[in-house]
Design a protein around this ligand. Structure first.
Ligand code: PGA
Length: 258
């Protein structure tokens, strides 16, 4: 699974559609049976981007969702609204939103709402630089705490389709726009991903223990293969590099080689 998270980019509809067309032209016709590819543009471009990728296997994602069904919630967007414009998956709990004040309780409401709505739900977790600086145990505890709170009450929702939940392990210090960032060494990503898998299984958060875990943080065309070569890493959440059509397509290519 390779997901492009466009964040608050690009700035115009024309640029957004050009990027979507580029990705779609280069990937869409191929069909990509072995890999799920998705793009998550800003809300305002969702509908038109949906039109561009309509006849391809590329999935359309939103970068957030609100948990209420409808009503007086200025600025928020509901699951039903997202579905009505063709959204397939939702990214929830990205560290940039957490930094802006989103709490684990809110993230949990969103995860539950999204899974109940039968959406593929990509939950982002990952430790801060400070937590990692205190050592691996502290980093694991940070991630475990996020998982515990964000996934409260989801087990019953996953009995039929555990594949609807995807965890994106994104150490905050690895996100390309963070000061002094650098990608996690693939071995370090594997270590945390193995911990997450074990944690979910032993805590019985996920009934079957089957949930996909992908990595995010400074993935680009140069290093993508080093992540995809690891069996434990089942895909990538790509930020900056997803804004360059060629870069993104090349990352997808690396995942196919796997
Ligand atoms: P990056 O962003 O690829 O630019 O590091 C990843 C993310 O924040 O999802």
């Amino acid at each position: 699974m390779v997901i492009g998270n466009w964040k608050m980019n690009p700035q115009t509809e024309k640029e957004a559609l050009d990027l979507a067309r580029g990705v779609s032209n280069q990937l869409g016709e191929v069909g990509l049976p072995q890999v799920e590819v998705g793009i998550a543009p800003p809300f305002v471009f969702l509908e038109k981007v949906a039109g561009v990728i309509e006849n391809t296997s590329i999935l359309l994602g939103a970068q957030d969702v609100f948990w209420k069904k409808n009503g007086a919630y200025t600025g928020e967007v509901s699951i039903k609204e997202l579905r009505s414009v063709g959204v397939d998956f939702v990214i929830i709990g990205h560290s940039e939103r957490r930094k802006m004040g989103e709490t684990d309780e809110e993230i949990n409401e969103k995860v539950v709402t999204s899974l109940k709505g039968n959406f593929v739900t990509i939950l982002c977790v990952g430790e801060t630089k400070e937590a990692r600086g205190r050592g691996i145990d502290s980093a694991k505890e940070f991630v475990a705490s996020e998982l515990r709170k964000d996934l409260e009450g989801v087990d019953g929702l996953l009995e039929k389709n555990a594949e609807n939940l995807v965890i994106a392990y994104e150490p905050r210090w690895a996100i390309s726009t963070e000061e002094g960032s650098q990608p996690a060494a693939p071995e370090k990503a594997v270590e945390m991903i193995s911990f997450i898998k074990k944690f979910l299984k032993t805590k019985k958060v996920i009934p079957s223990g089957e949930v996909r875990i992908i990595y995010g943080g400074s993935v680009n065309s140069t290093n993508a293969l080093s992540f995809f070569a690891k069996d434990e890493i089942e895909g990538a959440l790509v930020g900056s590099a997803s804004l360059e059509c060629r870069e993104f397509v090349s990352i997808v290519d690396s995942s196919i080689i796997k």
